[in-house]
Design a protein around this ligand. Structure first.
Ligand SMILES: C[S@@+](CC[C@H](N)C(=O)[O-])C[C@H]1O[C@@H](n2cnc3c(N)ncnc32)[C@H](O)[C@@H]1O
Ligand code: SF4
Length: 386
C-alpha cells in the first residue's frame, strides 16, 4: 500500500480539551467538561480561527481531536462543524464510545466529517475498568456498528492500547480477534505509556513490572513481554488485511490517515485550540495548555503562543527525515528533495554509508527506509539522524 501524500495543502487540527472524566493513563491536554466553559471555548476557537487563517488559507485535511470532541452537546457540535472549511479530502473526528449516539454520529457525517476514530483501548472488562474507561465493550461495538450504518467514506478507525498493566497474552489475542472482526478500515495500536502527569500515575506504577521498578530482571521480562505482544499485534492484524504503515498504525489498503501521513512527511498544519501545535509557513508554534487563558486571549494569537521556532535549511530537512522515516514505505527521495530542497544522500553523507552497509537502512526503487526487522530500533536510529 502506498501512503503517498494526497496534496501539498496544509492540514487543520482542532483541539477540544474536555472529557466527561479523566482516564488514569492519559496525559493529554484536557479537563472535565463544563457546558458554559465549552461554549466560551468554541467562541474562542472562532476568534483564533479568524485571527490566524479564516479565508486566507486552504486546507487539505481536517482532524478534530482531544480530549473528547464527542462530549460536546449536539448544539455545540453544530457550532463546531459550522466553522469547518469545506472541500477537504479527509475530515476526521475522534469519538469516545461513551458519548457516541446515532444522532451525534449522523450530525458529524452530515456536517462534513467523513472519518471517525473511536477510542476503544480494549474489549476486556477488567482492562476497561483498570484504564478508567466509562464505557463497556458492548458500547464500543454498538458505536462502531452505528458508524458503519451511517457510512463514513473515509473509514472508521479504532484506538487500542497494547501492554497495559495486567494484560496477558490471552486478552491481547482476544482484542486482536474482536478488532479484526469489525467492519473498520483502520486501527491505531498504541503501546501503553505512563507519564508522571497522568492522573493514575501512582496507582499504575506498582502494577508495572520492569522499567518503573528499576529491577533488571523485571525490566528484561517486561521488554520480552513487549516484543512478544507487539509481534502478536503485527501478525494478527496483517493476517486480516490491516497493513502496518506507521509505528502505531494499521490500515486496509487506501485507508491510511491522510492527515497524519502528510504531517509525517513534513507537511504543514495549523492547530487551533488550547495546547494545539502548528507547523505553518516554515514556523513551528504551540498554544498554551490553559483553557481559561486561551479563552481570554485567543483573538490575539501572539498572546497564547507558548512556543515558537523557525527551522531552516539542513535542520528543517533533518527534522522532516526523522518524521518521514516513521512511515514503513520510507522516504521517497525525489519527493523529499521537493519538500525540503535537500538531497537525502547529501544530508546524511556521514551517517548513511554505515547504516546501509550494516543493513539498518535500505535503499530500493528511489526510497530509503528502515527495514521491518529493525523497526523495534527505530527510535534509536532516528535519534542518530535528528
Ligand atoms: C484523544 S484520545 C481518543 C478520543 C477519546 N478521548 C477517547 O479516549 O475515547 C486519543 C487516544 O490516545 C491514546 N492514549 C492516550 N493516552 C495514552 C497512553 N498513556 N498510552 C497509550 N495510549 C494512550 C488512546 O488510545 C486514546 O484513544
Ligand atoms: S483517553 Fe480520551 S477520554 Fe480518556 S482522558 Fe484521554 S482524552 Fe479523555
Amino acid at each position: 500500500m502506498s501512503a503517498s501524500s494526497p496534496h501539498s495543502l496544509p492540514g487543520l487540527y482542532i483541539h477540544i480539551p474536555f472529557c466527561l472524566s479523566r482516564c488514569g493513563y492519559c496525559a493529554f491536554v484536557s479537563g472535565i467538561y463544563d457546558a458554559g466553559l465549552a461554549d466560551a471555548y468554541l467562541a474562542a476557537l472562532r476568534r483564533e480561527w479568524a485571527a490566524r487563517a479564516a479565508g486566507s488559507v486552504r486546507f487539505g485535511t481536517i482532524f478534530i481531536g482531544g480530549g473528547t470532541p464527542s462530549c460536546l452537546s449536539m448544539r455545540q457540535v453544530e457550532t463546531l462543524l459550522s466553522m469547518l472549511p469545506q472541500g477537504c479530502l479527509e475530515a476526521t473526528c475522534e469519538v469516545n464510545p461513551d458519548t457516541a449516539t446515532k444522532e451525534k454520529l449522523r450530525l458529524l457525517r452530515d456536517g462534513g466529517i467523513d472519518r471517525i476514530s473511536f477510542g476503544v483501548q480494549t474489549f476486556s472488562p477488567e482492562g476497561l475498568r483498570l484504564l478508567g474507561r466509562r464505557h463497556d465493550a458492548a458500547a464500543a461495538l454498538r458505536a462502531v456498528d452505528w458508524a458503519g450504518e451511517i457510512g463514513f467514506p473515509g473509514g472508521v478507525s479504532i484506538d487500542l492500547i497494547n501492554g497495559w498493566p495486567g494484560q496477558d497474552d490471552a486478552v491481547l489475542r482476544a482484542d486482536i480477534a474482536t478488532a479484526t472482526g469489525l467492519q473498520i478500515q483502520h486501527i491505531s495500536y498504541y503501546n501503553f505509556i505512563l507519564e508522571e502527569t497522568a492522573s493514575g500515575y501512582t496507582r499504575y506504577v506498582p502494577l508495572c513490572s520492569g522499567e518503573e521498578s528499576g529491577e533488571e530482571d523485571a525490566e528484561n521480562k517486561e521488554d520480552e513481554r513487549g516484543r512478544r505482544f507487539w509481534d502478536s499485534v503485527e501478525a494478527g492484524l496483517e493476517e486480516k488485511g490491516f497493513l502496518h504503515y506507521e509505528t502505531s498504525n494499521f490500515a486496509r489498503p487506501g485507508f491510511a490517515c491522510r492527515h497524519n501521513v502528510s504531517i509525517w512527511k513534513g507537511g504543514e498544519y495549523l492547530g487551533l485550540g488550547a495546547g494545539a501545535h502548528s507547523h505553518l509557513e516554515g514556523r513551528r508554534f504551540a498554544n498554551c495548555d490553559a483553557v481559561e487563558q486561551y479563552v481570554r486571549q485567543s483573538g490575539v494569537p501572539q498572546e497564547i503562543e507558548s512556543f515558537s521556532e523557525r527551522l531552516a535549511g539542513e535542520a528543517k530537512a533533518r527534522e522532516c527525515a526523522v518524521f518521514w522515516l516513521r512511515l514503513f514505505e520510507g522516504v521517497e527521495l525525489t519527493e523529499f528533495a521537493e519538500q525540503t530542497g535537500c538531497d537525502f544522500r547529501d544530508l546524511y553523507k556521514d551517517e548513511l554509508p554505515k547504516l546501509l552497509s550494516d543493513g539498518v537502512m535500505e535503499m530500493e526503487n528511489g526510497r530509503i527506509r528502515v527495514p521491518r526487522r529493525h523497526q523495534p530500533l527505530l527510535d534509536m536510529i532516528l535519534t542518530e539522524l535528528a
